[in-house]
Design a protein around this ligand. Structure first.
Ligand SMILES: Cc1cc2nc3c(=O)[nH]c(=O)nc-3n(C[C@H](O)[C@H](O)[C@H](O)COP(=O)(O)OP(=O)(O)OC[C@H]3O[C@@H](n4cnc5c(N)ncnc54)[C@H](O)[C@@H]3O)c2cc1C
Length: 302
């Protein structure tokens, strides 16, 4: 069977596209290897009607909605490779199964690496987060830390986080990324800067209590924001020849079309860390489904 669309990645972006395509009576196959970016967090915020939902529950609810549309199939598998044939695409799973489709939608998301600080992953998603819009409300008015080794995180994030708490310490973990004028600016607003290397994060069950430094007195902090390094969850976009945008994401137009005819992308793999949210990923998946349907219709009437 040749599917109308193979969706690679069954997170919010891929599931939203599958819903729209299923309702448009398209034959779709969704592949997912169940490694979502927000698996570390317990509650996902800011999606109207689903504020505070558990990420796994959100996906289960999405799958439940899609189950009403029989032309959508799911495969719990990782796609290892994708290539263009003459008029269709071929994708191969990690167990060697081969599928063919008229279009491809990449909704594979991103993966993150945190600064190399012992035990930091124990706190990520519980009291240390990446996005103030996602988790700032839960951190409001608390003594917060921003752990960042990158200049971008040190300049914009403190100003943003100040919206939720004015008790902020910026820790650069031994990296000298701040200019003198930035330090003066932070001083003016009572934001402390510690440029010493972090020796340990202290807390219980993911709840941060204290930060110890190699060469500086420890500080009491109950949560905060950590700057991450990101990478695409797959190289499929690159392998297919998709162009990238200014952030390193897959470049798409308003309907999710990449520069490769028949290949679409949506969600975090497009936006990277800029406005990366469940609702926005879902919206971009829906938009891509419009684009895919338009392409399939136009080829039918050609
Ligand atoms: C700590 C943390 C907290 C967050 N909190 C919030 C919040 O409160 N509110 C909010 O709106 N957003 C939040 N986010 C952001 C949110 O998780 C993302 O914006 C959203 O999940 C992006 O959806 P997506 O579908 O693009 O990617 P993902 O949700 O990452 O889904 C991608 C899917 O593709 C699969 N996949 C990847 N490669 C392959 C392959 N080769 N084959 C098969 N499957 C593959 C993965 O396993 C994954 O299931 C948070 C993120 C983090 C890290």
């Amino acid at each position: 069977m040749i599917f109308d669309c193979a969706i690679i990645g069954g997170g919010p972006a891929g599931l939203s596209a599958a819903l729209v395509l299923g309702r448009a009576r398209r034959h779709v196959v969704v592949f997912d290897d169940d490694k979502p970016r927000n698996a570390v967090t317990q509650h996902s915020h800011g999606f109207l009607t689903r504020d505070g939902v558990q990420p796994a529950e959100f996906r289960a609810l999405g799958r439940q909605d899609i189950a009403a549309y029989p032309s959508v199939a799911f495969h719990a598998a990782r796609i290892e490779s994708a290539r263009k044939l003459e008029t269709t695409f071929e994708v191969v799973t990690d167990s060697g199964e081969i599928f063919e489709s008229r279009t491809l939608l990449l909704t594979t998301g991103i993966q993150e690496t945190l600064p190399a600080i012992d035990g930091i992953y124990d706190y990520y998603g519980k009291s240390l987060f990446n996005c103030p819009y996602c988790d700032g409300w839960e951190l409001r008015d608390q003594p917060l830390v921003i752990i960042t080794e990158q200049e971008m995180g040190a300049s914009h994030v403190p100003q943003l986080l100040y919206n939720w708490s004015q008790d902020i310490v910026v820790c650069t973990n031994g990296h000298h990324i701040l200019k003198e004028e930035q330090k003066l600016f932070f001083e003016k607003y009572g934001i402390q800067v510690v440029e010493e290397k972090i020796a340990a994060l202290v807390g219980q069950s993911g709840q941060l209590e204290r930060i110890e430094f190699v060469n500086h007195p420890g500080i009491e902090r109950t949560g905060g924001i950590v700057g991450v390094q990101w990478r695409h969850a797959t190289t499929l976009g690159q392998d297919l020849g998709c162009a990238t945008n200014a952030m390193g994401g897959i470049a798409v137009d308003e309907q999710g079309r990449t520069n490769i005819k028949g290949v679409y992308a949506a969600g975090d793999t497009v936006t990277i860390l800029m406005q990366a949210q469940v609702l926005l990923a879902s919206a971009s998946g829906s938009k891509a489904a419009f684009g895919i349907t338009n392409e399939l219709i136009s080829s039918y009437f050609a």
